[in-house]
Design a binder for this molecule. Structure first.
Ligand SMILES: Nc1nc2c(ncn2[C@@H]2O[C@H](COP(=O)(O)OP(=O)(O)OP(=O)(O)O)[C@@H](O)[C@H]2O)c(=O)[nH]1
Ligand SMILES: [Mg+2]
Ligand SMILES: [Zn+2]
Length: 344
């Protein structure tokens, strides 16, 4: 009976299967639509409930499904169908949950100042690691001074199966090209730098000004982001959109498979390298370097592949190191306790 209420929030059979019949009748599933430092807002389809953030709650993020009892108390978090995580900004070596239960990610990149193939590849690695279908949305097509078709082709070359759509976010008929990914029951996250037009797309797809948007700011490095937190928005009669603040620092961590998947062409060529553990840097008989030589592989792309692999390994190893340190510390503490107990 809650089905009609939950489907507009992105409810799917995958979550339904995690409930007993008794739970389905007695308890209430709800989705996290907003997550602030001290309060989590969940939507049951009928009402929005504020849950205070406390130590007893597991690590969760916007998009997560939770089960509440009849009194609105937290029971558990559902197993996720997908999860976006990145290295927490700054020096902290921990993963930060970005979004859960996403079906498609719109990697938004504007066709004026922001356009960068390297950055698109970075987001693609993140999407592959999360297990989410990526779509590259090239915004501000109306402001593009170059040939839009040529730009689309250039991005298309990053993956044969990769959907690439150029849009003018201020024109509803242009944004309609994104509708196929936004049907009922589906959840789409919008990611990309600040000012590329993510919130503008959300407003166009929802058909109402639900998110604030803002014109060119003098300096985006000063933290002048218009959207400051992640939030979910329903499309009337359609799916759910997750708007995110532009990420100033998107560092990959523990993302090796994601990078390999985003660079499947390099992985395919590597099958023909002379050495099984070829690093495609200077080894003789390297099929990847040979492809660069023949100009069949972009030198820029290979360099970015190396860079992203190195970056994720660095961040992953420091996370792993941190975990090992914590384990050793725990062991020392337990040992100290034992000695103390013996003495007492
Ligand atoms: N001409 C044109 N302007 C656009 C387009 N998309 C967005 N804009 C403008 O670009 C500015 C920034 O758009 P936002 O939607 O606020 O950008 P955002 O990606 O949400 O930025 P953050 O919230 O800071 O991450 C606004 O002034 C929009 O009106 C487009 O396709 N064409
Ligand atoms: Mg925004
Ligand atoms: Zn090689």
């Amino acid at each position: 009976m809650h089905f009609e209420l939950l489907q507009p929030l992105g409810w799917q059979p995958y979550f339904q299967q995690q409930l007993t019949l008794e739970e389905w009748e007695r308890d209430r599933p709800a989705r996290i639509v907003d997550y602030q430092r001290s309060v989590i807002t969940v939507d049951t389809g009928e009402e929005r409930i504020a849950l205070p953030v406390s130590m007893s709650l597991p690590a969760m993020t916007v998009g997560d499904w939770v089960l509440l009892d009849a009194d609105g108390r937290f029971l558990r978090c559902f197993t996720r169908s997908s999860l976006f995580a990145r290295k927490a900004p700054g020096t902290a070596q921990r993963a930060q949950l970005v979004a859960a239960n996403i079906d498609t990610v719109f990697i938004v990149c504007s066709l004026n100042q922001d356009y960068s193939l390297n950055r698109i590849e970075r987001y693609l690695a993140l999407a592959h690691e999360a297990g989410v279908e990526p779509v590259v949305v090239l915004s501000k097509a109306d402001l593009c001074t170059d040939d839009v078709e040529a730009r689309v082709a250039e991005v298309q070359a990053l993956g044969a199966q990769l959907p690439v759509v150029a849009v003018n976010g201020l024109d509803a008929s242009s944004v309609a090209a994104l509708a196929p990914w936004c049907s009922a029951g589906r959840t789409v996250a919008l990611m990309g730098s600040s000012g590329v037009g993510k919130s503008t797309l959300v407003n166009a797809l929802v058909g109402a000004a639900v998110q604030r948007t803002a014109g060119i700011r003098e300096d985006d490095d000063e933290g002048r982001h218009t959207t400051t937190s992640r939030s979910l928005h329903r499309i009337p009669g359609g799916g759910v959109l997750l708007d995110t603040p532009g990420m100033r620092e998107l560092q990959l961590a523990d993302c090796e498979q994601g990078v390999e998947d985003a660079f499947a062409d390099i992985a395919a060529l590597a099958q023909r390298c002379r050495f099984g553990d070829c690093s495609h840097r200077s080894e003789p008989g390297c099929a990847v370097l040979a492809a660069v030589e023949r100009e069949e592989m972009d030198e820029r792309r290979l360099a970015n592949y190396h860079k992203l692999l190195r970056e994720q390994a660095q961040n992953a190893s420091s996370v792993a190191e941190k975990r090992a340190q914590a384990r050793a510390q725990g062991k020392r503490n337990r040992y100290a306790m034992k000695i103390k107990n013996r003495r007492d």
